[in-house]
Design a protein around this ligand. Structure first.
Ligand code: B12
Ligand code: SF4
Length: 460
């Protein structure tokens, strides 16, 4: 019997041939280890390979004092399904609490199906909530909780401040013993030929890009110590993984610290490859040491090849900077990867084409395209609402992003979904042709962009 059951409602239902990055729920792992260090028992239920009905059954079997369900934008339907099933079986006997990025940013969507929404960082709030339940005291007046009162009015308590630096530097790293290694290890081996898992070394990002959702940490940045990070890496390797994905928003934000982590990986003789997310405006000298310490790939959030669009996004870098960083990474043997968006509100056809022409000038190993999705809680969402391209009610009713990479248009854009998808297919087609077809690909590439130029100019 566990005091708390935490459910991660992602279910892997994709075409089995698609290679998706599937990772265990790190946030719940952090909550579990923190609460366990305070004497509470926690059971994590990850639906990825086992499904939602299994999680509901297991949650019932645990007979817990509370049940928490995580949610982010792609998981709303499954989180709600789990909420309905638990409510039907348990009535009001056990508090059901929703949390994670989506409930934190838009709590009303989860009320009253859930008794309460916990906004932001979970560790300390759960500690207080479980203590209240143990003492048979009401918990809804706790900071960070949001609920519907008896009149049906939403009450949103102020948020508990984020964990102070000294506490964050002492919290135990995620409880990996509860992750579903039997699901993840063979999945990764089969789909990628290596076994990768995530490690989280620092919380948040101080930049405030217009489209970026920061519902948990806001525009703040706090680090775990190098010692904490190394302990966690060593645990992940001991669990059987041989590749790490540093899941921080930007792994090289404090590049002196990134170098210390690299030094420590080398000093301990740890041999594994790793990936991370990065910005292009980092000191390129860092790449050399990162490569030495096993960095295989950096994912850069490049987003656009148009200076005007980059400025509108608030990226604070130029296409030239993108060039410099991506070439510098490639020169030391790191595979540069990049994320791009198409259909950014206000983007013209000519700016879309700037992106399509910019990409082939970069020595990229991997390319991802997304149709821009204005997430509630972002400045972009507010702009799109102010411009009359989306109403809040429409946004609430539209959990269209049912899976990663869904690429559906979710607001009244200046261009049709067909046009945006055509741009994406053209960008991908040229990238793949040039990457895999040698001289033939180099000849085909410009023809693909030419054809796309004519087509995009014709499509509305
Ligand atoms: C690493 C990462 C990924 C990885 C791995 C995801 C994974 N399963 O681990 C990959 C690359 C696969 C990925 C993919 C996507 N991601 Co992502 N990802 C992240 C990132 C950078 C870190 C996640 C993480 O490990 N955080 C660390 C832990 C400590 O934080 P946490 O999980 O939030 O947990 C804390 C709280 O949320 C809370 N909490 C956690 N669980 C629970 C449960 C309950 C019940 C409660 C009460 C509280 C609670 O307490 C925790 C500890 O304090 C976040 C941004 C971020 N900084 O968090 C984006 C983020 C979560 N991703 C996001 C998005 C949009 C996506 C994609 C849809 C992108 C796309 N275009 O396809 C896909 C969807 C994938 C899917 N499975 O459906 C958004 C979600 C926005 C939203 N409102 O839902 C975020 C916030 C990024 C952003 N800035 O927009 N992602
Ligand atoms: S998009 Fe990247 S750089 Fe911009 S605020 Fe989000 S995490 Fe930070």
């Amino acid at each position: 019997m566990a005091d708390l059951v935490l459910i991660y409602p992602y279910v892997h239902r994709e075409n089995p041939r698609r290679n998706l990055w599937l990772f265990p729920p790190l946030g719940q792992g952090f909550i579990a280890s923190y609460l366990q260090s305070k004497g509470f028992s926690v059971r994590l239920l990850d639906c990825t390979f086992k499904g939602t009905d299994w999680a509901v059954e297991e949650a019932m079997r645990e007979n817990p004092k509370a049940i928490g369900v995580y949610c982010m934008v792609t998981m709303r339907e499954d989180a709600e399904y789990i909420g309905h099933q638990l409510r039907a079986k348990l009535g009001n006997a056990v508090p059901l609490i929703a949390g994670g990025p989506m409930p934190s940013g838009n709590p009303k969507l989860f009320l009253p199906l859930f008794d309460s929404v916990m906004q932001g960082e979970g560790e300390q709030v759960w500690e207080k909530l479980l203590a209240r339940l143990q003492a048979n005291q009401p918990y809804n007046n706790l900071e960070s909780l949001c609920y519907k009162d008896e009149q049906g009015k939403i009450v949103q308590n102020p948020r508990l401040p984020l964990m102070p630096k000294d506490l964050l530097e002492q919290v135990p790293m995620p409880d990996r013993s509860q992750f579903d290694h039997q699901g993840y290890l063979p999945y990764w081996e089969k789909h990628f030929g290596y076994k990768q898992t995530t490690v989280f070394t620092a919380r948040g990002c101080p930049y405030g890009c217009e489209y970026c959702d920061q519902p948990i940490f806001g525009a703040t940045y706090r680090e775990h110590t190098v010692e904490q990070v190394m302990t966690d890496i060593e645990q992940a390797l001991a669990d059987g993984y041989n590749r790490i994905w540093f899941a921080d928003d930007i792994f090289m934000l404090n590049w002196q610290r990134s170098l210390k982590i690299c030094d420590e990986i080398l000093a301990r003789g740890l041999k594994f490859k790793w990936d991370c997310l990065g910005r292009v405006d980092v000191n390129p000298k860092v790449f050399t040491k990162m490569a030495e310490a096993g960095c295989d790939r950096i994912f850069f959030g490049v987003e656009s090849g148009s200076m005007r669009v980059l400025k509108q996004m608030g990226k604070k870098f130029t296409p030239e900077k993108v060039h410099q960083a991506i070439h510098a990474a490639q020169q030391v043997g790191i595979k540069p990867a990049a994320f791009f968006q198409i259909g950014y509100p206000g983007e013209t056809t000519s700016e879309m084409l700037d992106t399509l022409r910019f990409i082939p000038t970069l020595p990229l190993d991997y390319l991802s395209f997304t149709i821009t999705y204005p997430l509630p809680g972002t400045a972009l969402f507010d702009r799109v609402v102010a411009e009359g391209k989306l109403t809040e009610a429409e946004a609430d009713e539209r959990p269209e992003w049912k899976r990663a990479g869904h690429n559906v248009l979710t607001y009244k854009a200046d261009h049709s979904q067909v046009k945006l998808r055509t741009a994406i297919y053209a960008g991908r087609a040229r990238f793949l042709a040039e990457k895999h077809l040698g001289v033939v690909g180099k000849t085909l590439g410009p023809l693909i962009t030419q054809a796309a130029t004519v087509t995009l100019q014709r499509l509305s």
